[in-house]
Write a protein that binds this ligand. Structure first.
Ligand code: PBG
Length: 333
């Protein structure tokens, strides 16, 4: 006996109608990706004669002071939101002295970039000691080798004043020391820099995806940062960190990395009333570049999909090594 198959009723509700043309899709797109929302992280290395490529980040270089100025001008012309500056000093010591000297590489680079582009870009600086210490940790160490939270805060305060004196618009405390935002805010205000804002690396995870960055800054770290960066297992804690930073005066809070933490990003976006940034980090960049170099994925499509997804998850601002290129791609779309 053959069973009777009921006739198929064609659906009357058809979501596909909104996908029928490029114009239709563009009109109903929920998430916009714009150059102004992108921030380009840049590396500047002391004593370089010419830009030095970073092997694990194809297309990204350690800049000389001159090539950094040129990159800043180009970024301003492209209309991106800003630059995040990282300094790579020629010499390191246990307390990261190079971070504080006015002639230190990051401080002179801030002044260079501000002189070059003025207010056309938001000039941001990484406020952390890991590039400047010979042990590679983000803070000072106790005699038994632990990262000393409160002693480190005093150095961050001084570093914030140095960056502000060099003309920075926004500092990015990224060391994950408890209380760092409050201490940096007080230091800036105490020195009259009430207009310098704070981008807090609030929910920053101890991630394996930072690998290429460690090459980019010639990191000396032997070990890991698990006593101060967060456990990848924790999302509620990421929200708690963001709320604490807002309470302490953060103007913008950040989730980092981005792709493996899109849920944290959404939760933070829903929990705070300040702009939220996300850092599309070195390993996320390297994975796409490596696969594209082998012809395994469509590079440009993967870049735009990545950045759009980070925006969709809740980021108002995205730090990405593709910022300049994405701005170019968006301009011709
Ligand atoms: C620490 C810092 C790190 C990054 C930016 N600032 C990483 C770390 O903890 O080693 C990573 C950025 C990236 O991977 O792109 N100051």
């Amino acid at each position: 006996m053959v069973e009777q198959v009921p006739p198929i009723t064609p659906p009357t509700v058809r979501p596909r109608r909104l996908r029928t043309s490029a114009a239709m899709r563009r009109m109903v797109a929920e998430t916009a990706l714009e150059a102004r929302q992108l921030v380009l992280p840049v590396f500047v290395r002391e004593g370089l004669d010419e830009p030095r490529p970073i092997g694990s980040m194809p297309g990204v270089v350690q800049h000389t002071r001159d090539s950094l100025r040129a990159a800043a001008t180009e970024a301003a012309e492209l209309g991106i939101g800003g630059l995040m500056l990282f300094g790579v000093p020629a010499h390191r010591d246990p307390v990261g002295s190079g971070a504080l000297e006015p002639s230190g590489i990051l401080n002179v680079a801030i002044a260079d970039v501000v002189a070059e582009v003025g207010d056309a870009l938001t000039v941001m600086s990484d406020l952390c000691l890991d590039e400047f210490t010979d042990h590679g940790h983000c803070g000072l160490l106790t005699p038994d080798g632990r990262v000393d939270n409160d002693a480190t805060l005093a150095v961050y305060a001084e570093m914030a004043r140095a960056h502000a004196a060099a003309g920075v618009h926004m500092v990015g405390p990224s060391g994950m020391m408890d209380g760092q935002v409050a201490v940096v805010r007080a230091a800036l205000d105490g020195a009259g820099h009430t207009d310098v804002s704070i981008l807090a690396y609030s929910a920053k995870y101890a991630s394996a995806f930072y690998g290429p960055f460690r090459e980019a800054v010639d990191s000396c770290l032997d070990g890991d940062r698990r006593t101060y960066q967060q456990d990848p297992a924790n999302a509620v804690e990421g929200v708690r960190e963001a709320l604490l930073d807002v309470e302490q005066g953060a103007d913008v809070v950040m989730v980092k990395p981005a792709l493996a933490y899109l849920d944290v990003l959404r939760r933070v976006r829903d929990a705070v009333d300040v702009p939220v940034a996300a850092y599309n980090i070195s390993g996320e960049y390297a994975m796409v570049e490596a696969a594209a170099a082998r012809g395994w994925i469509d590079r440009e499509a993967a870049i735009l999909e990545t950045l759009t997804s980070i925006r969709r998850a809740g980021a108002d601002v995205v730090l990405t090594y593709w910022a300049a290129e994405a701005a170019r791609l968006l301009a011709r779309r």
